[in-house]
Design a protein. Structure first.
Length: 335
């Protein structure tokens, strides 16, 4: 009997040990990252998303963008590009992330009067020292993966213009200067054997500068130019009017009610985001939505026509968000 109890105890102990081993194995499995880690993620130190709250706040006085002078003996290759609002991609933890705000960027070369050869270490060290002295922190240093570049290529509109970063062939260094009011400063640098590039972005929200034309302003534009341009707000990628878009339609209706002889062609336009066929149909649908809203207010449909032209005839450069906002419009043309 005692022998039987001993054997049973040993068996129970072995089963318990096996269960513990299985539990350990299961726990280990939960900590394994699924999927491949990119070279960019490896060089940034991990796969976690970037957290600005992990960066110390800098209260140093830095002035206005671009914040820093050129290093002695260096200058801009061409006129720097500066925009009050734009979007750039930065590799944060190896992931190309869009950030919006004020932008300044350029290529940097030796001054024409500089007799010394170009020094990449001098260029990079000069900025590294200046940035870190005002509380900047380097958050990435390495090459961005081809997979990431392929992922964002359709949305990154500025590859090839002044100050572009050559992510394909060179490593990039990225810094952030965290500010108390949220207008954080992002800086990225790259260089080769003859030149360097720098991009600076100060984070800032988009500020709408387009206002709704009142009925008297619409009438004035129609009489003077034969057409009036309105920036009517629709739901994103849809033909449904937002509340302020309905207000704009009310102003058009007032003009038509005050002049019973007036007939209008309603022409819709989009920016160049998306494909041409989609934009063309969207612009037609939006023009028709405006026509139907006006008719619902008591205006005879025979006085109106609607058509769409997609991204044709842009009013502004589609390479900036401000330009795109200008191009998303409805034109009223006197018939």
């Amino acid at each position: 009997m005692k022998k039987t109890l001993i054997i049973l105890s040993i068996g129970t102990l072995l089963v318990a040990c096996n269960k513990k081993a299985e539990q350990k194995t299961d726990t280990a499995k939960d900590t394994i990252a699924i999927g491949n880690t990119t070279d960019a993620e490896k060089s940034s130190g991990g796969t976690n998303s970037f957290d600005i709250n992990s960066i110390p706040v800098s209260t140093a006085e830095v002035g206005e963008i671009p914040f820093f002078s050129f290093p002695k003996g260096l200058e801009s290759q061409n006129k720097p590009i500066q925009r009050s609002y734009d979007m750039l991609f930065f590799p944060l933890k190896g992931v190309m992330t869009p950030i919006e705000g004020k932008v300044w960027k350029t290529y940097i070369v030796n001054e024409k009067s500089n007799t010394e050869e170009w020094s990449l270490p001098y260029f990079l060290k000069s900025y590294d020292d200046a940035i870190t002295k005002v509380g900047g922190v380097k958050i990435f240093d390495g090459k961005v993966s081809q997979q990431e570049l392929d992922r964002i290529k359709d949305d990154a509109k500025y590859f090839g213009e002044e100050g572009s970063i050559d992510y394909w062939n060179e490593p990039v260094k990225v810094y952030v200067i965290r500010r108390t009011n949220g207008d954080d400063i992002y800086i990225q640098l790259y260089g080769n054997t003859s030149t360097g590039g720098i991009q600076i972005l100060q984070k800032a929200p988009f500020k709408q500068t387009i206002s709704i034309l009142k009925s008297d302003e619409i009438k004035k534009e129609l009489d003077a130019k034969g057409k009036a341009v309105l920036h009517i707000n629709f739901d994103t990628d849809k033909a449904s009017l937002q509340s302020d878009g309905k207000t704009a339609v009310d102003e058009i209706t007032k003009v038509l009610k005050n002049d019973s002889n007036l007939k209008l062609a309603i022409n819709g336009y989009t920016d160049n985001s998306g494909n041409d066929a989609h934009n063309l149909q969207l612009s037609k649908d939006r023009a028709t939505a405006v026509l139907n809203a006006i008719a619902a207010s008591g205006i005879d449909k025979t006085r109106l026509s609607a058509d769409g032209f997609g991204s044709k005839n842009p009013m502004a450069d589609n390479n900036s968000e401000e330009g795109k906002a200008q191009n998303r419009r409805v034109e009223l043309v006197k018939k």
